[in-house]
Design a protein around this ligand. Structure first.
Ligand SMILES: NC(=O)c1ccc[n+]([C@@H]2O[C@H](COP(=O)([O-])OP(=O)(O)OC[C@H]3O[C@@H](n4cnc5c(N)ncnc54)[C@H](O)[C@@H]3O)[C@@H](O)[C@H]2O)c1
Length: 432
C-alpha cells in the first residue's frame, strides 16, 4: 500500500535504446572564470598580493633565536662580551646556520635542541650555556660544583629552558638529549695536584665513559673538550693536530694530560666501534670573566695579584710561551665544531704567542704599571712552548679567534675587580 503512494517519476521517462556518453565540456567553459578574474581588476589585486608576500618573506629579518628572555639581570660584562664576539656574523652565515634552507620567516621559530653541558657551572661551561640559551635551546647543566659556582649560571634560574642538576659524572645518568658538551673536569693546576688519582682519572675516564654511553643510548652527538696538554712539552712548534705529543706518563701533571688523552681514545673508540657521532676540541689557554680566582692559571694569577697589589709571580725565567684565547672565541669554536661535519681533533686557541714576562707587562699596563714581578722556581714538566696551529679549524670550521689579549683582558679585570673587592665594598657600605 505504502509503496503505491511513492511517485516514481523515472519509471514514466522513456529509456533510450543505446548508450550515449556525456558530451565533453567545450574548452570555452574556462572562459567564465577567466572573465570573472579579469573583471574589476581582480587579477591585478592577486598579483600585487603575491608580490607583497614575496617581498615580506625575502626582506623580513629572521625570527629572534631566543624568544624567551631571562628575567634575571645580567652583568654589563655580558654586553661587552657580546659586542666583542662575532656571533651575529656566525648566526647569519648560511653555511653554519641552523636553518640551511634559508631565513626563518617572522613568526616561525627555529626548533630548539635539548643539550646537556657537563661542567656547565664552570668558567667555559657557563659562557657556553649563555650562548645556547640565547640561541633558543633547552640546556641541562650537570655539575658537581668541584670548581664551578652556582653564581655563574644563576641568571638563568626561572627560565623554563634551563635546568641545573648537581651530579658527579663519575656516576651514570640517563637524560633524553640531542647533544652533549662534555666539559666536566677541573682545569687548573692547583686543583689537579689535589687528590689527582681519584678526581682526574675518574672524571676523565669513568665520567667520559658514562657520557659516551649516554650519547650512544639516546643517539646524541657528543663533544669532548680536550686540551693542548695532550701535546705535553711539545717537540714540534707550533702544534698541529697530527702531532702525537711528548707527555711524561709518570709526572705530576700526567693525571691531567694522560686523563685527557685517554678521554680522546675512548671518544674515538665509541665513534669507530659504536657509531656515536663525536667531536673533539683541543683547547689552548683561555681566559675571561668567571675564571676561578687563585686557581693557579697564569692569567688569573697575575690579574688577582695586580689587583691586590701583590707581586706578580713568574715561574722559571719567564721565557716560556703561551697563547691566550678570550672565552667568547672559544665558545664560538665549540659551537661551530658541534654543528659542523668534522670529528676533529681541532686546535681551538689564539695563535698570538706571549712569554710569561710579556704577559706580566700587559697586566701591568692594564691594571698597575708599578706592579712588581717576582721570580720563583719553575714547576716540574712545565711546557716550554705552546702555540696552536689553527689551519685546520680555519679551513674546516671557518673559525679563528677575533679578540686580542689587550681587548679581552680589561673585561676580565672588570669581573675580577668586582669579585676581589666586592665583599670589601659591601662590608664598607654596611659599616657606613
Ligand atoms: N680554560 C682553559 O684554559 C682550558 C684549557 C684546556 C682545556 N680546558 C677544558 O675545558 C673544560 C672546562 O674548563 P674550565 O676552564 O671551564 O674549568 P672549570 O674548572 O672552571 O670548569 C669545570 C667544571 O666541571 C665541573 N666538574 C668537575 N668535575 C666534575 C665531575 N666529576 N662531575 C660533574 N662536574 C664536574 C666543575 O665543578 C666545574 O664547574 C675542561 O674539561 C678543561 O679540561 C680548559
Amino acid at each position: 500500500m505504502g509503496s503505491e503512494l511513492i511517485y516514481r517519476r523515472h519509471e514514466n521517462q522513456p529509456v533510450p535504446d543505446t548508450y550515449s556518453p556525456k558530451q565533453p565540456k567545450p574548452w570555452l567553459a574556462v572562459e567564465r572564470p577567466v572573465r570573472y578574474l579579469l573583471r574589476e581588476q581582480r587579477l591585478l589585486f592577486v598579483l600585487v598580493g603575491m608580490a607583497l608576500a614575496t617581498l615580506v618573506f625575502t626582506l623580513a629579518p629572521r625570527a629572534p633565536l631566543s624568544p624567551v628572555k631571562s628575567t634575571r639581570p645580567t652583568t654589563s660584562d655580558f654586553t661587552a662580551l657580546e659586542s666583542l664576539s662575532h656571533r651575529v656574523a656566525f648566526e647569519t652565515q648560511p653555511s653554519y646556520s641552523f636553518n640551511p634552507g634559508g631565513k626563518i620567516p617572522l613568526g616561525l621559530k627555529r626548533k630548539g635542541l635539548r643539550i646537556v653541558v657537563t661542567g656547565g657551572a664552570g668558567f667555559v661551561g657557563s659562557h657556553l650555556v649563555d650562548r645556547l640559551i640565547k640561541r633558543g635551546d633547552s640546556v641541562i647543566v650537570v655539575d658537581n660544583f668541584f670548581t664551578g659556582r652556582k653564581e655563574n649560571v644563576m641568571h638563568h634560574f626561572g627560565n623554563p629552558r634551563f635546568e641545573l642538576i648537581r651530579h658527579d659524572v663519575v656516576e651514570p645518568l640517563l637524560l633524553e638529549v640531542d647533544q652533549i658538551y662534555h666539559l666536566a673536569c677541573p682545569a687548573s693546576p692547583v686543583h689537579y695536584k689535589f687528590n689527582p688519582c681519584v678526581v682526574w682519572h675518574k672524571t676523565n675516564v669513568v665520567g667520559t665513559l658514562n657520557m659516551l654511553g649516554l650519547a650512544k643510548r639516546v643517539g646524541a652527538r657528543f663533544l669532548l673538550t680536550s686540551t693542548s696538554e695532550v701535546y705535553g712539552d711539545p717537540l714540534q712548534h707550533p702544534q698541529v693536530e697530527t702531532y702525537w705529543g711528548n707527555v711524561n706518563p709518570i709526572g705530576v701533571r700526567s693525571c691531567y694530560d694522560e686523563g685527557k688523552r685517554t678521554a680522546e681514545t675512548l671518544t674515538m673508540d665509541y665513534h669507530r666501534g659504536a657509531g656515536v657521532e663525536v667531536r673533539i676540541a683541543r683547547i689552548f689557554n683561555t681566559y675571561g670573566p668567571r675564571m676561578c680566582i687563585d686557581d693557579g692559571r697564569v692569567v688569573s694569577n697575575f690579574v688577582a695579584q695586580a689587583l691586590r697589589k701583590e707581586p706578580l709571580t713568574v715561574y722559571g725565567d719567564g721565557k716560556q710561551t703561551r697563547s691566550f684565547q678570550y672565552v667568547s672565541d672559544l665558545v664560538e669554536g665549540l659551537i661551530r665544531l658541534m654543528e659542523g661535519e668534522h670529528v676533529g681533533p681541532f686546535n681551538l686557541g689564539n695563535p698570538g704567542e706571549f712569554t710569561m714576562l710579556e704577559l706580566a707587562k700587559v697586566v701591568q699596563e692594564t691594571i698597575d704599571p708599578n706592579a712588581r714581578i717576582e721570580f720563583r722556581p719553575n714547576t716540574e714538566d712545565d711546557p716550554h712552548k705552546r702555540k696552536p696551529d689553527i689551519t685546520r679549524a680555519k679551513e674546516m670550521l671557518g673559525w679563528e679567534p677575533k679578540v686580542a689579549l689587550r681587548q679581552g683582558l680589561p673585561l676580565m679585570v672588570k669581573d675580577f675587580r668586582t669579585r676581589v673587592f666586592g665583599d670589601q665594598k659591601e662590608a664598607s657600605s654596611v659599616a657606613s
